[in-house]
Design a binder for this molecule. Structure first.
Ligand SMILES: NC(=O)c1ccc[n+]([C@@H]2O[C@H](COP(=O)([O-])OP(=O)(O)OC[C@H]3O[C@@H](n4cnc5c(N)ncnc54)[C@H](OP(=O)(O)O)[C@@H]3O)[C@@H](O)[C@H]2O)c1
Length: 238
């Protein structure tokens, strides 16, 4: 049997890159998509195995269809890109920023999954990356939480509608990735110390913690319709 071909949209950094490394180590063929050629090149240097990199903007619904067609058939799709927009107290968060969050995460996840369908193996899978903000009740996360909840809401519907294709998601907690680089280093260290202290396992997550959960959902042919929260228990005490 040939190795499965797995496409990771948002695979040049953080959770997507850790997932690529883990799946490559399992012998899969992996294609990672990202907008920056430099980031893709840097990611390539960190990977061993049958890796292909493709410059692509997952938010460009027409372009992404052509890219999937060029890739040919593949077995699994992982959607590991997102947005940091829509954070702030409900009373004052800027609606335009919330809308931008939906534009950067919800519609591209929807459009990318839709564009991949003609090329995905019938018994393959789609794994979305949502976030714990979809499930926890943290003040100040109504905007970003709503966008991530919209992604999570796709899972049971698509798992039923697209059967036998399997559809799942992971919802990460606070994970130490470049997603947090908008913060100065000292502020990031203080935030991680605070989140780590509130997390039952006593630390923030690493990208590979989430990659393990994604690899499980990709490989286990009995998992479908599931949103796996991978947060060290943060949702219980956030
Ligand atoms: N880190 C956390 O604490 C955390 C917590 C909960 C949920 N999440 C979710 O986890 C996912 C991954 O986050 P991360 O922490 O791994 O972030 P990251 O390190 O910033 O990686 C994001 C990746 O997505 C790519 N990307 C972004 N927009 C894209 C687009 N339109 N088309 C193609 N590729 C795109 C980026 O490359 P380019 O910029 O070059 O395109 C990069 O490879 C996101 O959905 C995020 O919301 C993260």
């Amino acid at each position: 049997m040939s190795s499965p071909h797995i496409v990771i949209a948002g695979g040049s950094s953080g959770i997507g890159l850790a997932t690529a490394r883990r799946l490559l180590a399992n012998g899969s063929r992996v294609t990672i998509l990202g907008r920056s050629p430099e980031r893709l090149q840097a990611a390539r240097a960190l990977c061993e195995g049958a890796l292909q990199t493709v410059v692509a903007d997952a938010a460009d619904s027409r372009g992404i269809g052509a890219i999937f067609a060029d890739l040919g058939p593949f077995d699994h799709l992982v959607l590991a890109f997102g947005s940091g927009r829509g954070v702030g107290p409900f009373a004052t968060v800027d609606l335009a920023d919330v809308r931008q969050g939906f534009e950067e995460k919800v519609f591209p996840h929807f459009g990318c999954a839709q564009a991949a369908l003609p090329h995905l193996a019938r018994e393959g899978s789609i794994t979305f990356v949502s976030a714990v903000s979809a499930h926890a009740a943290v003040p100040g996360t109504a905007g970003i939480g709503a966008a991530n909840a919209a992604v999570a809401a796709l899972v049971p519907i698509l798992a039923n509608e697209l059967r036998p294709l399997r559809v799942n998601a992971v919802s990460p907690g606070v994970i130490d990735t470049p997603w947090w680089d908008f913060m100065p280093d000292d502020q990031k260290a203080a935030s991680f110390a605070d989140f780590g202290g509130r997390t039952p396992v006593g630390r923030v997550g690493q990208a590979d913690d989430v990659a393990q959960a994604i690899a499980f959902l990709v490989h286990d042919s009995f998992m479908s319709g599931h949103v796996l929260v991978c947060d060290g228990g943060l949702r219980l005490s956030a």
